[in-house]
Structures are given as C-alpha cells and as structure tokens.
Design a protein around this ligand. Structure first.
Ligand SMILES: Cc1ncc(COP(=O)(O)O)c(C=O)c1O
Length: 381
C-alpha cells in the first residue's frame, strides 16, 4: 500500500548483506554466529535478512522481543531464536511451545517458565544474563546470584542454553573497562562451573568486541551493526572485517522552483533565501524517519552533489537547496542515505548531523518506506 505511486523507497542489497556475513564468518572461524536481527534487522527487514543469512549457513538468531521471535519462527521452524531482552512470564507458554530461548534474570520468572514447561510437558530453553558492567539487565556477580542460579538450575523443565553478558565499552579506544567486564564474566562463569552449573553456550561479543577484543569470542558471537555494513566507531573501517552498507534510501524531486531573495521556506519560516535560490521539494518527512532534528542541518544527494535541507522537515515533505545544482529537475533521483557518484551521505553522516549513532538512523526509517530487495541484481519487495 505504501509503495502506491510514491517515489520513496529503501533499497536493500541482499548480495552485499551476504558478503558482509561471509566477511564476519571468515574472521571468526569455528565460532557459532548468533545473528542479531532485532529492530526489524536494524531497519533492513528481519525476514529477508534472516533468509539471506540462512543461505550463508547461519542457524542462530537473536531478537529483542518475543513478538519478533514469533514473527521469525513463523518463517523459520528450525533455527535457534533467542530473546535478548526481558522475557515476561506471560509469554512463557508461547515461547516454550515455539522453542524460543527466553532470557531470565530473576528466580520467580524462572519458576514461572519451569511451571509452564511442566504443564506443557516440554522443555523451556533458558538464557541467563550476567550484568558484568552494562548496568542494564542481568544478575550482578555475587554469592547470592550464584545461589540463585544454582536454584534455577535445579528447577524441572528448564534447559540452560545460553549464559551471556553484554559489553558497555567494547568500542572505546581505551580497552581497560571492556577487559574488566570480560574478567568479571569469566570469573563468575568459573564459579558456576565449580558448583556444577553448565550452559550449552557462552557469549559476550557484539560487533565492537569481535573487532577489538578477539579474546572475548568464546564459543558464540553476537554481531549486529557490522552485518549491516557499519562499524561501531563511525567511519573507522576495520582491516580484518571489510563490510559495506547494504541500505540505500531514495526518493525523487517532485517540485523545483526558483525563489526570490528573502523567500521564507517551511513551517515557522525558519529559513529565508539569502539570494535568488533554487528550492526542491521531496515527498518524505519525519513520518518516514527523516527526523525533524535534520531541519536546516542535514543534506541529501542529487546529481552527485549535496543539497542542504532548508526549513523545518515536515511530516511528509521536506525542502532542499538546489542553488548549487542548477541542472536539477523534477524527477531527479535523490539519495537520502547512500552514495551518488563520488558523493556520500550514509547513516554515519546523518548520525553525525543528529549527534547519534548509525544504529538509530537505520532503525528510524519507518515502515512507511517500502524496502526493495536486490538479489542477484534482481529487485523484489
Ligand atoms: C545483547 C546484545 N547483543 C548483541 C548486540 C549487537 O550489538 P552490535 O550491533 O553493536 O553488534 C546487541 C545490540 O544492541 C545487544 O543488545
């Protein structure tokens, strides 16, 4: 419905996506790769992305929510699917029935999963998360935690699958805090082993750790952003894992007009032409994910050159300055994210304009923007 006669689309190059995954696989031989496809695969579309990774041999996926896990399970009955975030006991029945791994960091929640597993006559796959320094979810290492996990391990109907933690600073230039986190995790894992608690898999490494802390890879790694072609440190490509962005966001100029010096542009008239100017309108705005914070700040690419955003970004439209691109015409292709000739404005560039990170820029591209998938140079929805 959204693609009906509106020239706005995000092109996702599945061949490049597969190349990125192969680059990761080459860098971590023998490791189990748990591909992170939460947030609709960082805005790229979870189902086509997971399908592409499966064709590369990936059999383990991580999402944030039970809803995402169920959506993936419908299309993929075999792979491991783990919910990294809070697993509400109200979802225990569906998680267990669908063979989805649930993350637990509380005895009473584990008990609920155990009871539901016994009721269903099935096993509940459980992951336990350790807070080794992120301060987000998870057990803090302590004697009490050790006792509690031992008690969880004795509950009937639970299968202890994953024992994991998450780095807070693996992308930092100073490696010391990440090393401290790793040491905390390793020490606690050892304590668990000493009291006879064992999991099938142990992991901690996100993209930044895969790149910067190769001693933290254990048996499983959890790459997210590098799969999609961006590096955790913006514009700092790695020599060991070469990836490229797979998503290009496009639109077209729908109007071009010359305006006189002093002409105001957009709501609240926040920009006035300092001289005779050429102004173009594009048919997308903040409801598409072109955030309003880009007003008078961001830019798009047209005919290989940058066209600055002028005035406030509207909900569905936005104005750009074509004065430096006098040949611009209605119907010209506009690159909102990507490359055009020698010019580049990617999610790292937009993130810089917004004081955020590529992750957020990609996740913000709304569902209103149809994704077009390129595979073997063929296009599909
Ligand atoms: C628990 C967990 N593991 C792995 C990842 C993947 O991280 P990245 O995209 O930095 O590789 C995330 C993403 O935020 C996460 O929350």
């Amino acid at each position: 419905m959204y693609e009906l006669e509106r020239p706005v689309w995000a092109q996702v190059d599945l061949d490049q996506l597969a190349e990125n995954m192969r680059a990761i696989q080459r860098a971590v031989p023998g490791k189990r790769i748990m591909s992170v496809v939460k947030g609709d695969a960082y805005g790229h579309g979870m189902i086509p992305v997971a399908r592409t990774f499966k064709s590369c041999g990936i059999r383990d996926f991580a999402v944030a929510l039970l809803g995402e896990a169920v959506e993936l399970r419908e299309k993929d009955p075999e792979s491991t699917i783990m919910v990294l975030g809070y697993s509400d006991p109200r979802g225990a029945r569906i998680a267990i029935s669908e063979g989805i791994t649930s993350t637990v960091f509380d005895y009473s929640v584990a008990e609920e999963f155990s009871k539901e597993a016994c009721r269903l006559g099935k096993e509940a796959k459980i992951a336990i998360v350790l807070d080794s320094g992120m301060g987000r979810i998870g057990y803090v290492p302590s004697p009490k935690t050790l006792e509690e996990i031992q008690a969880i391990a004795k509950l009937p109907g639970l299968r202890l699958e994953e024992f994991f933690s998450h780095f807070a600073t693996a992308d930092a230039r100073d490696p010391r805090e990440a090393k401290r986190q790793l040491a905390r995790y390793e020490a606690f894992r050892q304590e668990l082993a000493e009291v006879g608690v064992h999991f099938k898999h142990y992991h901690m490494a996100n993209s930044a750790a895969i790149l910067n802390h190769t001693g933290s890879l254990m048996d499983t790694v959890r790459p997210g952003i590098i799969q999609y072609g961006y590096y955790p440190r913006a514009k700092e490509p790695s020599k060991s894992i070469k990836v490229s962005p797979v998503l290009t966001w496009k639109t077209k100029l729908i109007q071009v007009k010359e305006v006189a010096q002093g002409t105001p542009i957009g709501y609240s008239q926040t920009w006035r032409a300092p001289r005779t100017s050429l102004i173009g309108t594009i048919p997308l705005g903040y409801a598409d994910g072109l955030t309003r914070a880009l007003s008078n700040k961001g830019r798009v690419l047209i005919r290989g050159a940058a066209a600055p955003i002028r005035g406030l970004v509207c909900m569905d439209q936005c104005m750009v300055d074509l004065t430096q691109i006098p040949k611009a015409r209605v119907g010209d292709e506009v690159t909102v994210l990507g490359t055009d000739g020698g010019a580049v404005y990617d999610a790292d560039d937009m993130a810089k304009d917004l004081s955020t990170i590529s992750y957020e820029v990609l996740c913000d591209i709304s569902r209103r923007v149809p994704r077009k998938y390129i595979h073997g140079k063929k296009e599909g929805q």
